[in-house]
Design a protein. Structure first.
Length: 256
């Protein structure tokens, strides 16, 4: 089957402005963009560019003004000076459900005619805006199934994440499993540990009951409290402390 459903487990975790984590089960669609004519045959509930229970619309994915997704991908690659033809391309994404979509990330896995691997990471937000990042072949391992890519975001995703945050993507795609890890780093973090250690590494330390995890968390928490008091002092001097306090209390006591 060229097209497929991919079972997923999604984990989201953050440490600021309030520690929060959730896990949920989900599924993605794996779409062979060289064979969209058979999409409805392989996945009967899915239509291409027309309304259905699940719909794949070209303007939801890397819209460059062309008439289908593959042409838009080719246009994007040409903008980035890549002239090789596409040998295979698989899009892993979320589709519209009854006309509604929220698609925070899509991954295009591409093999060029010279067998070089590429990937396009497309980030989306709640305003329907998209931002593509091109992952070139030098980011992949020797097998061409795994890559690590880091970039400055320069895109609005969340009010809690600056436009200038550094994002690191680690993607591994084998016959058995597709794994995607995304970490973001605040270059202006309150302490040095905010930039020295990733969230996934800190989670690993807690899972194996390593004392270093507690030390890193303690340094971060102390840094947060110091920065909070510094900000409070600023608002006391500015004369708007009460208004700032009410906002912060609501922000830090609600589940975000």
């Amino acid at each position: 089957m060229a097209h497929e459903l991919v079972e997923c487990t999604i984990t989201h975790s953050r440490v600021r402005p309030k520690k929060h984590r959730f896990d949920t089960s989900f599924f993605w669609f794996g779409i062979d963009l060289l064979d969209t004519k058979n999409l409805h045959i392989d996945l009967p509930l899915v239509n291409y560019n027309s309304f259905s229970i699940y719909s794949l619309f070209y303007n939801d994915h890397l819209n460059k003004g062309k008439k289908d997704i593959l042409e838009n991908v080719n246009s994007y690659l040409q903008e980035n000076k890549i002239e090789q033809k596409i040998k295979s391309i698989k899009l892993y994404t979320n589709l519209r459900f009854l006309g509604y979509t929220f698609n925070p990330i899509s991954i295009y896995n591409i093999i060029l005619e010279n067998d070089s691997p590429l990937s396009i990471i497309q980030i989306g937000n709640t305003f329907g805006e998209h931002k593509p990042y091109l992952v070139k072949s030098d980011c992949f391992d020797n097998a061409g199934s795994e890559f690590t890519y880091s970039t400055t975001k320069h895109f609005y995703i969340s009010p809690f994440i600056s436009h200038d945050h550094k994002m690191v993507f680690k993607v591994k795609n084998t016959d058995e499993k597709l794994e995607i890890f995304i970490n973001d780093f605040d270059e202006n973090g309150t302490t040095w540990v905010d930039n020295a250690y990733s969230k996934s590494y800190l989670r690993h330390l807690f899972n194996v009951n390593e004392m270093l995890g507690r030390q890193i968390a303690s340094i971060h928490n102390l840094g947060f409290y110091c920065s909070l008091l510094k900000e409070a002092r600023k608002h006391i001097i500015d004369g708007d402390f009460l208004n700032w306090k009410n906002i912060m209390v609501k922000q830090l006591t609600n589940r975000l």
